[in-house]
Unconditional design. Sequence first.
Length: 451
Amino acid sequence: MLSALIVGGVTVPAAAEAPVGAKITAIPDSGSRPVADGVPTLPYGSLSMPRSVALTPQAQLLAQYTAAELELSVLSARRSELQQEYSNALIAKAMADYAWRQTADALREARKAAEAAAIAAYQGSVKGPAGLDDSLGELGLLIPRAHSTPETESAMADLSRAQTEERTAYVALTDAITAEQKTSAAYTAIEKEYKRKETAFLELKRRVAEAQSEADRQRELQEQNLGDYDPGKSNAGLVAAPKARQAVLHALSQRGKPYRWGDEGPNTYDCSGLMYWSYGKAGIRLNRVAKDQYYGTRAKPVAKTALLPGDLLFFATNPSDWRTIHHVGMYLGNGKMVHARTTGDVVKIAPVSMSSVDFATRVVDALPAVQTTPTATASASPTARPTASATASATPSASSSPSASSSPSASAGSSPEPEPAESASPVAQESTSPKASPQPSPSPSPAPAAG
């Protein structure tokens, strides 16, 4: 062990080690601590705190705009959910009301049957003055059961059951009414908040547009340029399925159409509405809301390095929770996607920041990429010797030709196993040019033809 430690150029005596197995009776002397003198010198310079970078007014405005946009997207997704919940509550209330009315009608019929049975039982056991039996009415239900019959017992059981069912249905109806009122209030509240946030966001958007209108115009021109776009380009040995390519082309055909929350075409779209419409035109039905589109395709997750055209890109507030997804776009390839971004914007192409993509899924299984044959590479060989050898080996009758007899070593060394790629290529026919014919082929090896 080192007998001393060197810290910042100061030698510090090391504490003596106790023998192995010795009992420790006191705390070892740690020595004297070196006194720091100024900022320690590092191999690459002195240690100092980085200076805070002040944001420019334009950067501050953009930061406010980004935060407002995210907040509005989250509100938009929540509003869609509440709208669906409210629709479901209305349906549930209507069904509960119908069920209650049915049980109420059944209760009225059961009560009438019980009254009739009670009166009949009383009339069968007691004979009163003329006309008295007809005036009993509902009094028959109050008669003691001393004269009950199987008919009255059955009627009373039916009445009791009908009363229970009616009460149960009525409770369900009141619960459904309460749920409908609750969801209606929640939807009204978020609608009001959304409009307030939307107004503030549109003002920020206007200010951002004024601050960098020309820069945005140039950026838009660059983003919309797909260059040599090929939706069938392979990645990781796969190509997009035909229906996925169709969905891409349908989505691209809607560029320039305005964003409008809750719309799914054909004139205006929100983010998930564009995906829903595009794949619908390709014959595939997606779920309507962005997070539901993820949930419906979650069985086909895609790595960011293996994306293909038509894959869905999802953005969430919590990258570990798909339920916080608030936006979706369709991958195009070349690091770009098509999407309907937010209020005041249009359907457009945009570059993809892969670090901001939280989930990616594939709607239709990809296909294996077609492997190109090496024929072109093999036929591109500039040497004539392999071509002549391949020609001789592929044509057995060539040994009797003058060309083959002039090259006995090539004829004898030809293997009965043909080299199909070279002998069948058109280049082999061209190799009979005068430039190749005077060259002998002393080497029987077909190895050069493999290049």
